[in-house]
Design a protein around this ligand. Structure first.
Ligand code: FE2
Ligand code: FE2
Length: 207
């Protein structure tokens, strides 16, 4: 997999500890994904493309925030590179890419964004962090359980990359709002996300 240039963000120990962890994905999830890996790959390609689009929409909405613009431009490129890599896998396996569908997990998380201007960007950034964190956890599960050594390597690299992304979103939110509001809201959103994951049906898809 190609190397990308997104600046690594390392959260300090106390920062990471203060953030509520996400519960482990249900065991059925990895079983379901491995049972229909072609369908999973189709959904994974769409998810990477949407992640790139989301980063670009942040650039369009906040042109007056240069640090955010720089980070989101880099992120959009990195996610698009993930998309390219997954599309290569699909093509090599002669799998037809699927039409993009609404992701129920992301749709329901986005409903938690408070519309008040004081909170809107904070919530968008923290939901970005949570989606990336869940993605990192799930890609690492695939790296651990998939039989093909090439796929193991590929998903381990993707998991590392998504791990950096959730740290980046937390860092951007902290730079904007400070530690305390970030920690409090992240913990609230993580609790809601844990309940959401428990409620959603398991599919051969990222979420
Ligand atoms: Fe990605
Ligand atoms: Fe990502």
């Amino acid at each position: 997999m190609a190397e990308y240039h997104l600046q690594p963000v390392v959260l300090q120990g106390t920062e990471a500890v203060a953030l509520t962890p996400l519960n482990a994905s249900p065991r059925e999830w990895i079983t379901c994904v491995l049972a229909d890996f072609d369908a999973f790959l189709q959904d994974h390609a769409s998810a990477e493309k949407k992640a790139s689009g989301m980063a670009l929409s942040m650039v369009s909405h906040y042109p007056d925030k240069p640090a955010l613009v720089r980070a989101m431009v880099d992120l959009a490129v990195e996610e698009l590179n993930h998309y390219k890599e997954v599309m290569r896998l699909l093509m090599a396996k002669q799998i037809t890419p699927a039409a993009d569908r609404k992701d129920p997990y992301v749709t329901r998380l986005n409903k938690l964004v408070r519309k008040d201007a004081a909170f809107f960007l904070l919530d968008r950034l923290l939901i970005g962090a949570i989606v990336e964190r869940r993605g990192a956890e799930r890609f690492a599960l695939i790296a651990k359980h998939v039989a093909d050594p090439e796929l193991q390597k590929f998903y381990a690299a993707i998991a590392k990359s998504e791990e950096r992304h959730w740290h980046l979103f937390v860092q951007l939110a902290t730079d904007l709002c400070g530690h305390l509001p970030v920690n409090c809201r992240f913990c609230e959103l993580a609790d809601l996300e844990n309940a959401l994951v428990a409620d959603l049906p398991v599919r051969p898809a990222l979420h």
